[in-house]
Design a protein around this ligand. Structure first.
Ligand code: KG4
Ligand code: ZN
Length: 331
């Protein structure tokens, strides 16, 4: 079975080709245009997806030596994300499905992130503790199988990636600032500022807005700002919150692996901490390669094929849903 998958939920236009659950080719075009606005401009994102997708799909097919008529299925991310952006990918995929008379599958973006390590060829012993950390999400999820997910905790306010981006903005970095902030942090002393770990009523939930405000106060009150120290202290506590919640989840359930997914899974400090954490607990760690941590269509292609095998095709009336929850997956 030959599948085409497209991902247009935010500011990455991504295309992947997969055959028999193996991803053959995956391409991502990041929309640089948003940097000057300090965040994603939805209208611009939709327009660019439309233009870029029309170029990327034929290019990917040509590179694989496939023609549109060779496809056995087509998939698109159906949510969560920006509605205008999602509609571009979903409508494109439905168009291909109609033209080729092939099955269409709408994929939940969050489910994609959960399986990105597996899409990269890694083994996932179950049950697995999923840690989803991105610009829009900070979630702890128990995974018992494909489509069998239990939400254990989530952020009550900002997502961790959003905190990296906002703090990066305070330190003069352009959006998205996570990777650059992490570079700065390497040159700083995490002990230079003592930020506290937030308590949440439900101890597996997260909170990042207080930390962002605490950093903002330091910025306002300092005459000679040591940006590297501030970046290091922020990153240390932002990552410690993840490890702290993961530690608690681990003590409450029996897991055989831990997986990281989402853009912030590219963070070096988080990756190192999770390596130590899983070694200590004697469980496997699924760490997707960096290009599969951030938004990509390889994970969408993987989930689409499994979804088709286990749940069948989706009707062409299936709607893009900007607020889709992980647990909305029909099983
Ligand atoms: O998964 P993703 O590409 O898009 C969403 O679904 O949100 O994640 C993007 C987020 C951005 O907030 C970006 O700043 C953050 O991931 N990010 C990082 C790093 N690389 C990307 N945050 C911290 N450290 C990094 N190395
Ligand atoms: Zn994402």
């Amino acid at each position: 079975m030959k599948w085409l998958a497209v991902e247009t939920s935010c500011d990455e236009t991504a295309v992947a080709l997969a055959q028999d659950e193996e991803v053959l080719l995956a391409r991502v075009a990041s929309q640089e245009v948003h940097a000057r606005w300090g965040g994603v401009v939805p209208e611009l994102a939709s327009r660019l997806h439309q233009k870029t997708l029309a170029r990327m799909v034929p290019e990917a097919l040509a590179e694989a030596g496939w023609r549109l008529g060779d496809l056995d299925g087509v998939a698109a991310t159906r949510g969560p994300g920006l509605i205008g952006a999602l509609l571009v990918g979903v409508s494109y995929a439905k168009g291909v499905a109609v033209a080729d008379d092939i099955p269409f599958v709408g994929v939940n973006h969050l489910e994609g992130h959960l399986w990105s390590g597996v899409a990269a060829g890694q083994e996932m012993p179950l049950p697995s503790l999923g840690i989803l950390v991105s610009g829009g999400h900070t979630e702890l999820i128990r995974i018992d199988g494909f489509g069998e997910y239990t939400l254990l905790g989530a952020t009550l306010d900002d997502a961790i990636g959003e905190a990296f981006d906002k703090v990066g903005g305070l330190l003069g970095l352009t959006y998205p600032a996570g990777a650059a902030l992490s570079e700065m942090a390497l040159k700083g002393d995490p002990g230079a500022h003592a930020f506290s770990l937030p308590q949440t009523r439900s101890p597996l939930d997260f909170s990042y807005s207080g930390l962002k405000s605490a950093v903002a106060r330091v910025v306002q009150q300092s005459d000679t700002l040591q940006k590297n120290h501030l970046a290091a202290a922020f990153e240390e506590i932002a990552v410690r919150q993840i490890v702290n919640r993961a530690e608690l989840a681990m003590s409450q359930g029996s897991y055989r692996s831990v997986l990281l997914g989402g853009g912030v899974a590219a963070n070096g400090r988080l990756r190192n901490e999770m390596e130590l954490f899983t070694a200590e607990h004697g469980v496997d760690l699924l760490l997707p390669p960096i290009e599969l941590c951030t938004d990509n269509a390889a994970m969408i292609a993987y989930v689409a094929q499994r979804s088709y095998r286990e749940r069948g095709a989706d009707p062409l009336t299936l709607e893009a849903d900007p607020n889709l929850k992980l647990l909305d997956i029909a099983s």
